[in-house]
Design a protein around this ligand. Sequence first.
Ligand code: SF4
Length: 236
Amino acid sequence: MRMQELFRHVLDYFRQTMDDTETELNYSNPFELLVAVVLSAQCTDKRINMVTPALFAAYPTPADMAAASVDDIFSYIRSVSYPNNKARHLQGLAEKLVSDFGGEVPQTLEELTTLPGVGRKTANVIQAVAFKKAALAVDTHVFRVSHRLGLVPARCTTPYSVEMALRKYIPEAEVAASHYWILLHGRYTCTARNPKCQTCGLQAVCKEFGKRKGKEGKEGYRKVERGKESRESKER
Ligand code: SF4
């Protein structure tokens, strides 16, 4: 199957089997989304959704959060991973939003990545989800699933190279949705350990599934051969 056809098949499958939601994080404006995405690093969306209602109520705007102390912010997010660092990042990014961007979340990759705690991945999520731009964030799920499905060459060993390789084949209009589709597939089906291949609708085109099946086939052959040998030695 040619790469173009593989991408079409995979994206059509996701479109048919997933809804149009773009994130499992709860938010109601770009600032809240930015805060939630920064908090979600190395943590589950479920946990973040538990702490953000009180955090957003306490600091509804960048100016409110900029005026807070790191300790105060920490008290709202103590149950997420790395709360000390994240409290510092949130206070710092709120200050920068106020001082450099008039209290608004900027829309470009270059501007977003000047904010504390915001790297390329976070900036791409904000661009895609909050501003509907064609940006593709590569997190651990997108990285793993892209390789397993054979959407990117094995030489793509960094998130950036995977992002560039995926962008070559995903049509502009589907870039933002594709990030979320691939991520969800990785989170719930193509999990890091024990991927649920038996219920996955992409078996037929999946490079990893082909490898695993081939291995099972070889294992089965070896077992049969071992069985034959032991029967023969008993008969002797
Ligand atoms: S067949 Fe298995 S390895 Fe391939 S995408 Fe589906 S779950 Fe992942």
